[in-house]
Write a protein of this length. Structure first.
Length: 256
C-alpha cells in the first residue's frame, strides 16, 4: 500500500473524517481536504526514507559474516527540516480560510526509521534532553524550544505534524505557537489519539517536560541553560547528547 493510500484510509477509518483527494495542478497543492462535523483540515503527505546507504552497508557486512551496527545522532538534520518546509509551502498556497487546520504528515521508512522520526520531532520543537543533577528525584527528559524550532518559525502556517513509522508508530506534534492551537486541541484529530500526542504546554504543566518560553538567545546554549536554571530554580542542569543505537546480525538458515 502506498503512503497516500495509507494516510487516507487512516483518516477515514481511525479518525472518522470525510476525505477528498485534491486534484493535482500546475501549482503544488496539498494531498487531502478532510472534514469532520466542526473542522476542515488540509493535509500534505510526505514520505521520508532513512539513509539508503545504511541498507547497502548492512548487506555488505552480512556478506562478510559481520555484525552491523547503526549509531545515529538524534539531532535534527536540514534534509528533514526541508521535508516539513516543503509540506508547509504546499498547504499555505492552498489555504482560503483562516480557520482551516493545516497538517503535515510525514511517514518514515527504511533502516533506523525510528531515528528519523525522532530527528523530525527534534527539529519541530528545537528540543533537547536535559537532566537536573540536583537530586535523584530531579527532572530528566525533554526540554522544548531549547534551540531554534520550525514550529515557532512556521507558527502561522503549520498547526501540527503527524509523524508515523512503518511499524504503526504515530505521534501528533501540536504547534502550541499556532493561533489555532486551542481549536486543534479540541479536534477529532487529537481526541482520537489516546497516546502519542506531543503538547509542550500540557507536558510542562504535568511536570514531564521543560519549556523555554521567554526571551533568550537560542544560538547560545549556555544562556538557555541559565534561563532554565532561573525559571525552574535549580543550578545543576545539563544537556545530554542522545543517540539511536541498533545492532543487526544475519542468522544462517539451514533447510530441513
Amino acid at each position: 500500500m502506498d503512503t497516500e493510500t495509507l494516510v487516507k484510509r487512516t483518516l477515514e477509518e481511525h479518525f472518522d473524517l470525510q476525505v477528498e483527494k485534491i486534484p493535482e495542478s500546475d501549482n503544488r497543492t496539498p494531498d487531502f481536504l478532510a472534514r469532520d462535523r466542526t473542522n476542515e483540515y488540509l493535509v500534505e503527505v510526505k514520505e521520508k526514507e532513512a539513509n539508503p546507504a545504511l541498507g547497502e552497508a548492512r548487506e555488505e557486512a552480512f556478506s562478510k559474516g559481520e555484525i552491523f551496527e547503526v549509531s545515529e545522532s538524534l539531532a535534527t538534520k536540514s534534509v528533514l527540516q526541508n521535508v516539513v518546509r516543503d509540506g508547509r509551502r504546499q498547504i499555505k498556497a492552498h489555504v482560503t480560510d483562516d480557520s482551516t487546520l493545516r497538517i503535515v504528515w510525514v511517514h518514515c521508512t527504511g533502516l533506523a526509521y525510528d531515528a528519523t522520526l525522532e530527528q523530525i520531532i527534534a527539529g519541530l520543537y528545537g528540543s533537547e534532553i536535559v537532566v537536573d543533577f540536583s537530586s535523584e528525584e530531579a527532572f530528566a527528559g525533554t526540554c522544548y524550544y531549547f534551540g531554534f524550532s520550525q514550529f515557532f518559525k512556521y507558527r502561522d502556517s503549520i498547526d501540527a505534524v503527524m509523524v508515523t513509522g512503518r511499524q504503526g508508530e504515530a505521534t501528533i506534534c501540536i504547534n502550541n505557537h499556532s493561533p489555532r492551537y486551542d481549536k486543534l486541541k479540541a479536534s477529532v484529530l487529537v481526541h482520537s489519539m489516546p497516546a502519542g500526542v506531543r503538547d509542550p504546554v500540557h507536558e510542562e504543566k504535568e511536570g514531564c517536560a521543560l519549556l523555554v518560553d521567554g526571551e533568550v538567545d537560542r544560538s547560545k546554549p549556555n544562556e538557555v541553560v541559565s534561563y532554565l536554571q532561573k525559571k525552574y530554580k535549580t543550578e545543576k542542569l545539563n544537556v545530554m547528547t542522545m543517540r539511536h543505537m541498533e545492532v543487526h546480525m544475519a542468522v544462517p538458515h539451514e533447510k530441513m
